[in-house]
Design a protein around this ligand. Sequence first.
Ligand code: DGL
Length: 287
Amino acid sequence: MTQNSLPIGIFDSGVGGLTVYRALHDRLPNERFVYIGDTARVPYGTKSLATVERYAIENSLFLKRKGIKLLVVACNTASALALPRIREATGIDVVGVIGPGGRKAIEITKCENPKVGVIATEATVSSQAYAVAINRACENAVIMQTACPLFVPLAEEGWTHEAETYSIAAKYLEEMREFQPNALVLGCTHYPILREVIQETVGPDVKLVDSGEATADEVVELLKKRGLENPHEVAGDRELCDDLDHFYVTDAAERFARVAERFLGASPARLKALELYSGDEWQKPDR
Ligand code: DGL
């Protein structure tokens, strides 16, 4: 197999990275994907730097052993905390979601002194990774960040329009609404699922930035630049989660499949549960 025909690896702390998978899949119909969701150890957003780094490296080495041409770290928390260590440990091309999300926010504000909001997990907010990326793209940008941890279970539960979700969003986003950013980065894999509630809460003039979509746009360009696109046309129409894409989880495969159905309207044709211990892999029976 040539390098071009290898799949693209994607990892996330769990099911949320499927929003990034969907964005990649939409733009790259000739590519195959191999995804690992670390469902046994999710959430990463409340964990320490050392722990997130260790988990992120284990997931990345697992995907490297599967044979991939590029690694996309779909998890915002892992991208914010562990990207340098992942690059060092794997020695392969790695794309995280923070840089693309930050650059996109500046690109769409189109003003000299933009106001940019970021909503993300606690760990991503405290890392300041988005603030650094946004100020790298525009040093005049004024940034406000808010952690919205309850958005993760609400998205997984499929509570996309419930009264409770609106009320939690109103509480988390009260100051953000007053700040009225030109752009608001959805800096967590799950938040695009709650896009409508978030937009209604902050008001129609705030442009929402999906960091997964921004990343997928940059991956398309990167593959072209590196000459890594798959030259072989995939026969027939590609479907989300069809049997060309392989999915792995570290626990609870059935729940992953159920939430995938909720997020994507499809559940993986090929899904395996396994355990990762210090880079080794044991097959777990599907439950
Ligand atoms: N995938 C995580 C992120 O994008 C959200 C879930 C978690 O806390 O692990 O930050």
